[in-house]
Design a protein around this ligand. Structure first.
Ligand code: SF4
Length: 369
């Protein structure tokens, strides 16, 4: 068995560490690039979600490097994510690439299938080792997210432009040279020290923007033209509450063990959307309210074309803007999106936020697309 898995931001770091410790062979697909997207777009129905197209591109590239089994997270709807696993299997079969799929999912809160698949993945490893490796993997997921959030804070304040990017990119590449959770945790720790050592302007008060939207396009930077890091380089501090570790801890672990979850966003979203409709629509609305209450200058919503939950959230956001007076820019992405036009809209939004801060009035911007 040679595992592969789709790229989703820094998830490859956590999965690599887990598979190293389990002694499982794997192939990490090349970082998302134009070639992979072209491959995915060629074989996936046009109206399918962009993440599905990128995932298929990842699998094709990994298959060609010897992978025979896909490891992916699953869900049970109500959006299309619920049948992603079967779609992946069928599309790969249609292409002529027969691959097994291990889906880590919990149907109706039932952990037995999740454990069965972890056991299948672990192969000959003892259950105790599998549990230890999984706990370490979760620790890595949390620390990697913390590193990213730290970079979001330091980037706009750095005195020498590019310092944060250099360290962060170096970290993402150095991970390939490290094997196992312990060594990767040590690398994370060194990277944290390097980031904290960057010379920053402590008096600078950057614009603050909250990032909301569909999980893949907000976490996988390549799918949204690296907008969050670019904002940092434009002197804007960004924040994003939807993270991989949050998804593992809040949506999988706490559900599995019936532990109380952090649902502040759902409380804030309730007057606008009281029901979970799939994806992260409730998070999008709830976090927009929370960002407004925390004094953020604006919010950017990002999602792939035809993403059902985010279209619903987008249609409700103008009401949230009016109620809380926070400007929201909506960015919709597919494989045809042009980078230049996308960035022009972001730059115009930043200019507006700067003016708004200067003037301290209550300008409300309707989402434009
Ligand atoms: S959340 Fe949106 S992009 Fe993701 S699977 Fe559901 S519909 Fe597709």
């Amino acid at each position: 068995m040679k595992i592969t898995f789709p790229h989703l931001g820094n998830t490859y770091i956590c999965v690599k560490a887990l598979l190293d410790d389990l002694g499982v062979q794997y192939v990490i697909p090349p970082f998302n690039n134009k070639k992979g997207l072209e491959l995915g777009t060629k074989y996936v129905p046009e109206m399918a979600c962009l993440p599905l197209k990128i995932n298929i591109g990842n699998y094709i590239q990994a298959y060609r490097q010897g992978a025979d089994t896909i490891l992916m997270a699953g869900g049970c709807g109500p959006c299309r994510f619920g049948y992603y696993c079967e779609m992946h299997r069928e599309i790969m079969r249609d292409i002529g690439y027969e691959m097994d799929i291990i889906t880590l999912e919990m149907i109706n809160g039932n952990v037995s299938e999740l454990f069965a698949n972890i056991k299948k993945l672990a192969g000959g490893t003892s259950p105790l080792n599998a549990v230890i490796a999984t706990i370490r993997m979760i620790k890595i997921a949390k620390q990697v997210d913390e590193i990213e959030m730290l970079a979001f804070k330091i980037r706009p304040r750095e005195k020498i432009k590019g310092s944060t990017d250099d360290i962060y990119k170096d970290f993402r590449n150095k991970v390939f040279l490290e094997k196992g959770c312990r060594r990767i945790l040590a690398l994370i720790s060194r990277t944290r020290e390097e980031l904290l050592g960057i010379d920053t302007d402590k008096s600078f008060q950057p614009l603050k923007i909250g990032i909301v939207g569909e999980i893949y396009t907000t976490i996988e930077h390549s799918s949204s033209f690296d907008i969050q890091n670019r904002l940092g380089n434009m002197g804007v501090e960004v924040d994003r509450q939807v993270t991989v570790s949050g998804w593992i801890i809040e949506h999988i672990l706490k559900k599995a063990f019936h532990l109380p979850r952090k649902l502040e966003y759902a409380k804030e979203a309730k007057p606008y959307l009281a029901t979970m409709i799939g994806g992260h629509a409730q998070e999008t609305l709830g976090h927009t309210v929370l960002y407004s209450k925390k004094g953020y200058d604006g919010v950017i919503q990002i999602f792939p074309l035809s993403c059902m939950p985010e279209i619903v959230a987008e249609s409700i956001l103008p009401k949230v803007q009016v109620d809380f007076g926070i400007p929201v820019l909506t960015l919709i992405i597919d494989e045809m999106t042009g980078e230049a036009g996308y960035l022009t809209r972001v730059e115009a939004f930043i200019d507006l936020l700067k003016k708004r801060r200067e003037q301290r009035n209550d300008l409300i911007i309707k989402p434009a697309f």
